[in-house]
Write a protein that binds this ligand. Structure first.
Ligand SMILES: Cc1cc2nc3c(=O)[nH]c(=O)nc-3n(C[C@H](O)[C@H](O)[C@H](O)COP(=O)(O)O)c2cc1C
Length: 247
């Protein structure tokens, strides 16, 4: 097996937020689902569902709920990847078993399963010449999204995804330098500072060039700003109401 084309596909990732006005054939979408399904799954629980949205009004509403992200309504097709334990609840009820899904562990299992399926889906889409971007903004107003998409209990929207034929080819965003993320045998703190400094310079240059000098903050400065704010505070209450007690 020659894995080079797959490695090239993985390594050429960039998020696409502008799309050609060209429909994505349903036959391709069907095939993407068939590939996404092959993600590994914790205990094979397969705790996800995928909702495909082409309806203009639904996309408009979702764009608003995702924090007015225009590409959610402009993309030809939008997907919502749902963490889904409804099927398991249904089976346990039908066969008169207790249904113990409340633990934080199950929330992690479901979120991981769903994320793996979403990444498989995006990679498969890119292999067809499509592009896309994941949309965490789908959790901004998770309860409203759940109402709009008629999500039952024991489900949560985890991530959205805009898909279409790319109308842009942005430069790739530099990733953390390898020694900052890769450790052998044990977690090494020794060179953290110098590695982060290196990455800061790389990303400062990247953003300066990309924005013609408007944005000069590197990754570290952006992360400080990001983590100095609370966000999505309503989510915990909604997660509990959906049946996950986080015990
Ligand atoms: C779980 C997840 C949620 C994301 N949510 C959003 C989002 O709501 N809006 C957006 O424009 N990009 C979103 N992104 C895309 C990231 O901003 C993007 O992947 C990151 O900046 C790296 O850029 P790249 O994908 O072009 O390499 C999300 C990515 C992931 C993995």
């Amino acid at each position: 097996m020659n894995g080079k084309p797959l490695r090239d596909l993985i390594k050429s990732h960039r998020s696409i937020r502008r799309f050609l006005n060209k429909e994505v054939p349903q036959l391709i979408i069907n095939d993407l689902i068939e590939h996404a399904k092959w993600a590994p799954s914790s205990h094979n629980v397969q705790s996800y569902s995928i909702i495909c949205i082409r309806n203009k009004h639904t996309k408009e509403k979702l764009a608003e709920l995702c924090g007015n992200q225009v590409y959610v309504k402009q993309c030809p097709v939008f997907f919502v990847f749902i963490m889904d334990f409804y099927r398991h609840a249904y089976l346990c009820k039908k066969h008169k078993f207790d249904f113990e899904v409340q633990e934080t562990e199950n929330l992690l299992i479901g979120a991981i399963d769903t994320a793996l399926v979403a990444e498989n889906f995006l990679l498969a889409a890119r292999s067809y010449g499509l592009g896309g971007v994941m949309i965490g903004g789908i959790r901004n107003e998770a309860e409203e999204v759940a109402k709009l998409l008629k999500l039952p209990k024991w489900t949560l929207p985890i991530v959205g995804m805009c898909i279409g034929y790319p109308d842009q080819h942005p430069r790739q965003k530099p990733r953390l330098v390898t020694p900052a993320v890769y450790h052998e045998e044990y977690y090494r703190l020794e060179d953290l500072e110098s590695n982060l400094d290196k990455y800061e310079k790389i990303t400062e240059r990247y953003y300066r060039e990309r924005t013609k000098g408007k944005k000069t903050d590197g990754w570290g400065a952006q992360m400080c700003l990001y983590f100095s704010n609370k966000r999505r505070e309503k989510l915990t209450g909604f997660i509990k109401r959906q049946g996950f007690d986080l015990r």
